[in-house]
Design a protein around this ligand. Structure first.
Ligand SMILES: [Zn+2]
Length: 245
């Protein structure tokens, strides 16, 4: 897996360290070794194998706590604690609020750390894109994106995959005149050329540049021939175009 992000969140005060999802054990072990951090928690966003298959070996080695979405706990091995909308999760002294963000999978959740202005959104939101609607429906996915769009503008978010470059190529076909999108395209081209990650991005920047966040914009609806349609239908149309792109 070359496009999966595994992220470690470390609380210097307590020494607690969480992996957000566990795509593969080996790179996480390597990062732990390099930092000298001890893995205390794994926070899972959804059940897909490319987010969970590292859990077993990591738990065997570190005896860490595994927190997973309540509605998907049966599909994820080694779970200690299940959570859903409004629940609080602590990683040492760091505190996250759980947000239900279904659509990509039926029970997908995101973790928002308000004091740290950090969000871990799994495969719901990508920079200049969003996840495929696999188990839910477009209406559900749109509602989930609205919840993430409502987070403070300066929230930095980490998603499950490095898809930004490909997302930009598609986004330009939907919003060819979006200046923020053009600016992000330039920034990402520089990062990609330097073999750097394009993540994290901020919610505020995404609000300006990500067409999926504009599904309730009348101009965009009009340009897609969907004037007067509910936002979720505009979202469904953009998502469908992306699937075919
Ligand atoms: Zn997924």
């Amino acid at each position: 897996m070359t496009d999966n992000f595994g992220v470690l969140l470390h609380d210097p005060q307590s020494g607690a360290t969480a992996a957000i999802d566990a795509p593969e054990a080996a790179p996480i072990e390597a990062a732990l070794q390099k930092t000298g951090w001890k893995l205390t928690d794994i926070l899972v966003t959804h059940h897909h194998a490319d987010h969970t298959q590292g859990i077993g070996p990591l738990k065997d080695h570190h005896h860490c706590r595994v927190v997973a979405p309540r509605d998907e706990a049966k599909r994820i091995a080694h779970v200690n604690e299940t959570v859903g909308e409004g629940d609080t999760v602590h990683v040492g002294s760091l505190e996250a609020r759980v947000i239900d963000t279904p659509g990509h999978t039926a029970g997908h959740i995101s973790y928002f750390f308000p004091a740290d202005k950090l969000a871990f959104v799994g495969d719901t939101l990508f920079s200049i894109g969003c996840g495929r609607v696999i188990e839910g429906n477009p209406e559900m996915m749109w509602e989930s994106l609205l919840k993430l769009r409502a987070l403070p503008d300066d929230t930095r978010f980490y998603c499950g995959h490095e898809y930004t470059d490909a997302n930009i190529r598609f986004a330009k076909t939907v919003e060819p005149n979006n200046k923020a999108l053009a600016a992000r395209a330039g920034e990402v081209a520089t990062l990609v050329a330097a073999h750097k990650f394009t993540i994290p991005a901020t919610i505020g920047a995404e609000k300006a540049a990500n067409p999926f966040f504009h599904s309730d914009d009348a101009e965009l609806a009009k340009s897609l021939g969907l004037s007067g349609s509910p936002a979720w239908k505009v979202f469904a149309e953009i998502r469908e175009r992306k699937n075919r792109f």
